[in-house]
Design a protein around this ligand. Sequence first.
Ligand code: NAD
Length: 477
Amino acid sequence: DTGTTPEGTACASHTDVALLHTAFAALRTASKLDRTPQYAIRMDRLRRLLALTSQNQDRILAAISADFGHRSAHEMQLAEIFTTLSAIRHNMRHLRGWMKARRVATPLHMRPGRSRLLRQPLGVVGIIAPWNYPFHLAMAPAAAALAAGNAVLIKPSELTPRLSQLMKELVEQTFAPHEMAVATGGAEVGAAFSALPFDHLFFTGSTQVGRAVAQAAAANLTPVTLELGGKSPAIVAADCDLDVAAPRLAFGKLFNAGQTCVAPDYALVPRQRIQAFVQAMQRATRAMYPGVMDNADYTAIVSQRHRERLARLLDNARQQGAVVVPLAAPENTAGPHLKQAPVLVLNVNDSMQIMREEIFGPLLPVVPYDTLDDALEYVNRGDHPLALYWFGKSVAERERVLKESIAGGVTINDALWHVAQENLPFGGVGASGMGSYHGEHGFRTFSKEKPVFVQARWNAFGIFRPPYGRLFERAIG
Ligand code: NAD
């Protein structure tokens, strides 16, 4: 409990910051004692992380659901447990191969010397996690960092306090203090955390906080991976089959009630197809969610503050002439949780807040366009998005969209799924982030690839030492 009085809060975060420093010191000492943990040690850590996840599924899901008020059990199974277990197993399956030194070709004039790349752990890795997938976004990067042989310190979000506390307990039971630890606390602990001299900082969260984390890390020259957010567009093509696209787009938007970093933020729809789009989206939503307020499949908004933020986005849009169209069937029940009914927002313009900020909820603005040039111009005017979606048939148009836009990742004719693959790197570009992880990309993010040149006993390098002579000139001439 962080206390309710200002003094209580200050006191609790004081303790949190002290615990953070103790945890960091233990990890730092151990990382110096064993710079490159061997395969068996890393496998053992991954096995324990796997067991921690699979044996405590029910407790993990109950804690997250309590933190959200209500969260879809099936969505948690998929996005917290299944994805985390898959990531850990993928690391275990490929660890031996990833750890191997790579032979690199040596140029003729440097032979018979040999060159190779050694993959070594960086040391102590810090992971700052957000609240929207609070278990997966802490443990999937942790798995990659452990596989790469690092010691790991995790800072979960204060918006999911039950899950954060549970993760702390489970990690303490499963790992020695020099292997992995969890430091709980809010923004103050986050700030103290990012000021620590980590060997790598991995941050998932908002662009605004990401900027502060990068600045703090710069003071220590700590390299950062920033997994941020932004406004990810979904472009509906003129030839798009709306009956196919609408359920997929609605799924991507309404999964976790829109509280997904790669959720389609807004839809670009051909002007003459707006009406058909609205109807197809309503049909699709009603088929998936016959009701929302009492529906166990529909997740609540994480906090009162975020629920109010969404209401403000809608008010601000309405005041400036937007039309809000419900997607689900009308309901009389208010429901016990902080749920936000899904809506489309029509007649939007760029001065509305809803078109300037990441929405992070089940509100989908619809932006009409006339030509593909217009749609691309609209997308490219803003920051580079974390994800981009395109729904349509024409291969030529699809290729144009891929070539003429920049985004962290893309799914064609569906939403979200490019993220759920270990072989595709996941990460943003520009304001949506830097660096990437998943699969081997994660292993490399948390490794130093050390180039090594092994000189041969007999070689021709003597000509490169003084006294310089004719052979030197001939060699480089
Ligand atoms: P947030 O930026 O508010 O918080 C993220 C974490 O940073 C929390 O643990 C928080 O305590 C900590 N923090 C807060 N202030 C800090 C500071 N000054 N220094 C260091 N740490 C600090 O983000 P959020 O609200 O938890 O998550 C939502 C955002 O995260 C959205 O923008 C979403 O798009 C983004 N997101 C991105 C990804 C991705 O993989 N790219 C995934 C999920 C969420």
